[in-house]
Design a protein around this ligand. Structure first.
Ligand code: SAH
Ligand code: SF4
Ligand code: F3S
Length: 489
């Protein structure tokens, strides 16, 4: 899932905006550590959230985080396999580490995340400088694997789990502005979309206990955070079933929210009730699973953001069938209409894949017409990249020439540019409650924030002593394709 809160239009830009970011803790950690790790994260927000769990596990094991790769005793890459290009980026990065390793042979290099899960021990054969390969469900074993690797033994643990949710681990916030935090609510995916590698790299779907989600969100709010984004590959299938047999056997009463089944609509409400000052977002929804109950919950709470990322993938029913998405063009459109009926001011964004196996020119046109019908405010757009082991790779020929895929993608990108601009123009003159995130990129005389609909808005600072994390009412005066420009009311 790459439903980032950044708003790029091209895959290239998209990847640049998310990948290869190295992080150190937001605040300086006062503890003097003997050893340091450096971590770079690639791919979706869940991977970025996982890096914060890794940081927490490593901290317990005596490692401090550093932004300075030169002084690191342990270099980690948290990798993504979603498209071939994502894997190439990681390979390239690994070759860049060769010099570092030569200068300081004791430095350990570890590969985490989805590429680790996909390639397993093959990584050690292919990339000689890699010491550790650790899959997304095996991070608790990192300290042990590190000490094995310190002893000269290259180690692999890529076992996937049916239970692991890291519920008890308090993430060390690495990649945070101190205002919006990301909270994983589930792991894995059971959907088997034919193009997608995630079910193979992340394993079966499992939901995290609601009480631990609530506690983490509440802690964030107490620390001054004003926005939480609940993360999962398919949040609408969140489903918590309490195991009351433990309670019966032991007589120990579990926490309130862990005593009854909880679905996603209920979880959203539980988190929204922490405080009206705390904004709640979520990502990603699968069109087949988002329910009226979820839509009603969003409509009912002002602080649940009026924004839904609802990946379409293709506008052709035949292609959707090949993709194993289990909805038709008409069904998707009905869902969009239902969202607009129950939440009239809701922003809707999408993911789109150009040039899937056997896609005809006419079917590509169906995607374009669907985008216009649905009036997406924003889309993340990709050309199809065949992934080893997926259903599509086994069943269908990747038969659309690269040049055709790229041309179709460009048409999709151009159309989305126009749709985003039109969407922004519809906001001219309207006023929005904006959460201020910081200075605008261009000027420290201007604030940058987001509307509930997840649109970026910049506006001049005024005499009010506002700060990042404050809310302001802002009226839209101008706009570009990507940004609203306004002034404080
Ligand atoms: N779980 C989310 C998305 C996961 S991956 C969901 O179901 O919506 C994020 C996006 O990457 C997908 O929505 C899809 O548009 C794109 N993607 C996934 N596999 C791909 C592939 N093999 N080639 C090109 N794009 C792909
Ligand atoms: Fe991949 Fe489909 Fe699962 Fe999303 S829902 S992660 S696209 S298999
Ligand atoms: Fe995310 Fe990439 Fe894995 S999108 S789940 S890091 S394959």
């Amino acid at each position: 899932m790459e439903a980032t809160l950044l708003q790029p239009f091209l895959e290239k830009k998209h990847d640049e905006s998310r990948q290869g970011e190295a992080f150190a803790p937001f605040q300086e950690d006062p503890i003097p550590y003997k050893k340091h790790f450096y971590i770079e994260s690639y791919g979706c927000q869940m991977n970025f959230a996982d890096s914060e769990i890794v940081a927490s596990i490593l901290k317990e094991a005596g490692f401090g985080a550093t932004r300075n790769i030169e002084i690191a005793d342990l270099i980690l890459l948290n990798t993504c396999s979603i498209r071939e290009k994502a894997e190439q980026t990681v390979r390239k990065r690994l070759t860049e580490f060769k010099k570092l390793k030569k200068a300081k042979p004791s430095t350990l290099v570890g590969v985490l995340g989805c590429m680790a899960a996909r390639l397993k021990s093959r990584f050690l054969e292919e990339e000689k400088l890699v010491d550790l390969v650790v899959g997304p469900d095996a991070y608790r074993t990192l300290p042990q694997l590190i000490s094995e690797a310190d002893g000269g033994q290259r180690s692999v643990n890529v076992l996937l789990s049916r239970e692991e949710t890291y519920a008890d681990i308090a993430p060390v916030r690495l990649n945070s502005n101190g205002i919006s935090g990301f909270v994983s609510i589930m792991r894995g995916c059971n959907n088997m979309c034919s193009f997608c590698v995630v079910p193979f790299t992340r394993g079966r779907e499992r939901s995290r206990a609601p009480q631990s989600i609530y506690d983490e969100c509440q802690d964030l709010f107490r620390e001054g955070f004003k926005e939480v984004t609940l993360l999962g590959q398919n949040v609408d299938s969140y489903h918590w079933m309490p195991d009351l047999s433990i309670e019966e056997k032991t007589g120990i009463t579990k926490d309130h929210y862990n005593r009854q089944p909880v679905n996603f609509a209920q979880l959203l409400e539980i988190v929204a009730l922490i405080s009206p000052e705390l904004r709640v977002r979520f990502s990603t929804s699968h069109p087949k699973d988002i329910t009226d109950a979820v839509l009603h919950t969003i409509a009912r709470h002002e602080n649940i953001c009026k924004y839904i990322h609802l990946p379409l993938q293709s506008g052709s029913t035949r292609v959707l069938q090949l993709m194993n998405r289990s909805y038709t063009r008409e069904w998707y459109m009905a869902k969009v209409e239902r969202i607009r009926e129950l939440i009239p001011e809701c922003g809707i964004s999408s993911d789109i894949i150009a040039g899937f196996c056997t896609e005809t020119e006419e079917e590509h046109q169906d995607t374009l017409s669907m985008m216009s019908l649905a009036k997406f405010d924003l889309s993340y757009m990709f050309f199809y990249s065949e992934r080893p082991g997926t259903l599509a790779q086994r069943r269908y020929e990747d038969d659309i020439p690269l040049a055709v895929k790229k041309r179709r993608l460009q048409e999709i990108v151009d159309l989305q540019g126009r749709l985003s601009h039109e969407s922004n123009k519809r906001d001219l003159g309207k006023s929005f409650k904006v959460l201020i995130e910081g200075n605008s990129k261009k000027s420290d005389q201007q604030w940058m924030g987001r509307t509930s609909q997840n649109k970026v808005i910049v506006f001049p600072k005024n005499e009010q002593q506002l700060q990042p994390g404050d809310y302001a009412w802002v009226q839209v005066k101008e706009c570009t394709q990507a940004t609203l420009i306004g002034s404080i009311l």
